[in-house]
Design a protein around this ligand. Structure first.
Ligand code: TXA
Ligand code: MG
Length: 326
């Protein structure tokens, strides 16, 4: 019997494990976003992750583990700072950049001497990792530069034509609880740097480390730090408040464009859970312009502001509906 969804979507962890062991790719649910996973010890499968995503080969992948222990040889060292953050936040939305161990190949790190590791919080994926016994490399399961997926159906929409139903799988664990990618903390530098904002805020990290952390320095320390990323097809414009948003929307409507306004700032947890669905919905309803009201710069608001600024950074796009004006 064929599956109703192109034979790709399943809730069967045994099948997912089998696919990974045979070098297939499995889209895995996590609490942040869905990842496109390969067995971290199969270079050919890792190569396919880059090919399917269309991701440049010098962008390193996050290694997902069930536990972090030097004896597993994924990392060369677990400093006290990593232990502290891991004990407080894992399983959870935190990635730590640490000196890499001998088990990590160049295909994972793009030749760097560090590796990003995280223990994700999702029962299906923790079960999968526990039974695999090794590690899973997984970038977000979207095409490079595009909107990250927070449901199995999003993954299917983005990657269906690029995944092989005979070899690969999308493991459906429901909608992601947090909705934006993990906070990345680089512990290989002093003071530590936050490379990407997420649900765990800079204040949380400083409190846990009892010391200061810095922002990222140097060009593109992480791919999520490129100027343009997380981008839908429509033009995204940013407004400081709802009044400015309405004024911007009215201006574009007057020009004959189809315009939507995004403002979920009354509840930032819901705003994060919904962000990527909202960006995708803007394209599905063929908006030309989405005007987003910027969330306050507090807590997960920092991560939302970061994603919205990157979604807007691409500048004006071609209209979604080229025939509309004609
Ligand atoms: O929440 C998440 O982190 C999701 C889920 C699937 O775990 N994963 C995710 O992966 O967002 P990806 O590939 O879309 O973003 C990973 C980011 C990239 O910006 C990459 O450059 C950075 O992590 N990164 C990975 N290893 C690194 C390293 N050794 N040094 C610096 N940055 C690193
Ligand atoms: Mg990504």
């Amino acid at each position: 019997m064929p599956f109703p969804t192109d034979g790709l979507i399943s809730t069967n962890v045994d099948l997912a494990l089998d696919r990974l062991r045979h070098g297939g790719l499995v889209a895995i649910p996590t609490e942040t976003v869905y990842g496109l996973a390969a067995d971290a010890e199969q270079p050919a499968a890792i190569g396919r992750v880059y090919a399917v995503k269309g991701r440049p080969s010098d962008h390193p992948l996050i290694l997902h583990l069930a536990r972090l222990d030097v004896s597993d040889r994924w990392v060369a060292d677990v400093p006290v700072s990593a232990r502290r953050l891991g004990d407080a936040c894992w399983p959870g939305p935190l990635t730590l950049v640490l000196p890499r161990g001998p088990r990590v190949s160049d295909g994972i790190t793009g030749g760097r001497d560090t590796v990003g590791v995280r223990i994700p919080s999702h029962p299906l994926t923790l079960d999968l990792l526990g039974r695999l016994g090794g590690g899973l490399v997984a970038p977000s399961a979207n095409r490079f530069g595009k909107v990250s997926p927070t449901t199995a159906r999003h993954v299917l929409e983005d990657l269906a034509g690029r995944l092989d139903p005979e070899r690969d799988l999308i493991l459906d664990g429901g909608p992601c609880r947090i909705g934006v990618e993990s906070t990345i903390v680089d512990l290989s530098v002093e003071p530590p740097q936050i490379l990407r904002a997420g649900a765990i805020s800079k204040d949380d990290i400083e409190r846990l480390l009892a010391g200061p952390v810095a922002g990222a320095t140097g060009p593109s320390r992480a791919s999520g730090m490129l100027m343009s990323h997380y981008a839908p097809d429509c033009t995204v414009l940013l407004a400081d408040d709802p009044i400015e948003a309405e004024a911007l929307a009215a201006m574009h409507r007057a020009g004959g464009e189809r315009v939507g306004v995004l403002d979920r700032n009354d509840d930032l947890v819901v705003a994060a859970q919904s962000l990527y669905s909202d960006l995708r919905a803007a394209d599905h309803s063929e908006l030309d312009v989405l005007v987003a009201v910027m969330p306050p710069a507090a807590g997960i608001g920092h991560a939302l502001r970061d994603r919205l600024m990157k979604a807007a950074a691409q500048g004006p796009r071609r209209p979604n509906r080229p025939n509309r004006a004609g």
